[in-house]
Design a protein around this ligand. Structure first.
Ligand SMILES: NC(=O)c1ccc[n+]([C@@H]2O[C@H](COP(=O)([O-])OP(=O)(O)OC[C@H]3O[C@@H](n4cnc5c(N)ncnc54)[C@H](O)[C@@H]3O)[C@@H](O)[C@H]2O)c1
Length: 338
């Protein structure tokens, strides 16, 4: 089989490519990525010499390049996106351009190339948030209620994907996943940002509402779930991918400091992100029923290994944090601190 992965140089995409090549020795994987600040081919060092792996530099929104790359492809997994909520507040238009218009153009190219499956990666955040004391979790049938520009762009993309299924009979599936953790995550997201700041003895900027909760899944369990959907999922369906692990931002911060043996004094409280969603939670029972998928990685073990991975790979994250990164985040968190 020939699989094309968009956004394969990012966090989840690069972990997924490594997982797929290891599990499917007969398959070929094309990584289609435009290499934004979040795209890093260093993430794929271990497979770059593998004759079953190839890289195409291309934009989701570039129909001609996409159409050429999609020739002879059986399945697409569409990870490529602008993925950071904070950046979406600063530049919402870019998120609509990439995540909505880019996805539509790539769908058109996939339809014209006759792919047998288009799997689109979405997020729990399309459903909006839940109150902290609420017991329930979102099902696939709940209405989309996005509240931030990132969430809205992901919800809009899902509608476009389903429109290509109903109108053009493109064989699609969608998955909504909760927060991922693991190696190779760009150090602007909570776990790698706080871990690498702690390693540098720099402040960890917690949003004031640090009791807001997030559900967490190891990136490899996410890869297994996508594999289960590609092999056993039903065409035209959306699936929630989730564990039952929920942690507050404060708990994650404490775990990072404790694992690295760093002091509590590194915690610095800044003003909340505009529209700081309270809590996300997904019900994964449909995925379990249709495919038999279950998460396999214990949170306490997975998170400690992840924190130590960043400790052991300083050259990887120092490289990510060079260039315009420092100024960007200093300005951003300073603006929140006022
Ligand atoms: N990280 C999470 O916890 C999480 C949770 C649920 C869903 N998701 C979704 O999973 C997907 C991957 O997330 P991630 O955290 O790996 O993101 P990431 O930001 O680490 O990587 C995104 C990748 O997409 C590429 N890209 C961006 N714009 C592109 C374009 N126009 N054309 C081609 N490539 C482009 C980037 O170069 C990068 O390699 C996204 O769709 C995101 O919305 C992420």
């Amino acid at each position: 089989m020939k699989l094309l992965v968009t956004g394969g140089a990012g966090f989840i995409g690069s972990n997924f490519i490594q997982y797929w090549l290891a599990q499917h020795p007969e398959d070929f994987v094309i990584n289609y990525d435009v290499l934004t600040y979040a795209g890093n081919l260093e993430n794929l060092k271990e497979v770059e010499q593998d004759p079953r792996y190839s890289f195409v530099k291309g934009d989701l929104g570039d129909y001609e390049t996409a159409r050429r790359a999609l020739e002879g492809v059986d399945m697409v997994v569409n990870f490529a996106a602008e993925s950071h909520n904070d950046r979406a507040i600063l530049d919402p238009g870019l998120f609509i351009k990439t995540n909505v218009l880019g996805t539509q153009i790539f769908l058109a190219a996939a339809k014209d190339a006759g792919v047998k499956r288009f799997h689109h990666i979405s997020t729990c955040e399309v459903f909006g948030d839940l109150a902290l004391e609420e017991e329930r979790s979102f099902k696939e049938t709940d209405p989309y209620m996005p509240k931030t520009p990132y969430n809205a762009s992901k919800a809009a993309a899902n509608h476009v994907v389903m429109a290509y299924y109903h109108t053009f009979k493109l064989p699609v599936t969608i998955s909504h996943c909760e927060n991922n953790y693991g190696p190779y995550q760009f150090p602007e997201k909570l776990i790698p940002l706080f871990t690498t700041n702690a390693l540098e003895d720099k402040p960890l900027p917690l949003f004031k509402s640090s009791l807001n909760r997030r559900p967490w899944i190891h990136v490899e369990d996410h890869a297994r779930a996508i594999e289960a959907i590609l092999l056993k999922g039903k065409i035209g369906e959306a699936y929630n991918i989730a564990t039952t692990v929920e942690k507050t931002v404060e708990q994650i911060t404490d775990l990072i400091l404790e694992t690295l043996g760093k002091p509590d004094t590194l915690k610095t409280y800044v003003a909340d992100r505009m529209q700081h969603d309270l809590r996300y939670a997904l019900d994964p029972s449909k995925l379990k029923r249709d495919t038999g998928w279950e998460p396999t990685i214990d949170f306490d073990e997975g998170i400690r290994k992840t924190i130590l991975w960043y400790k052991e790979h300083p050259e990887w994250w120092q490289n990510c944090k060079s260039g315009g990164y420092q100024t960007y985040y200093e300005e951003y968190y300073n603006s929140l601190a006022q």
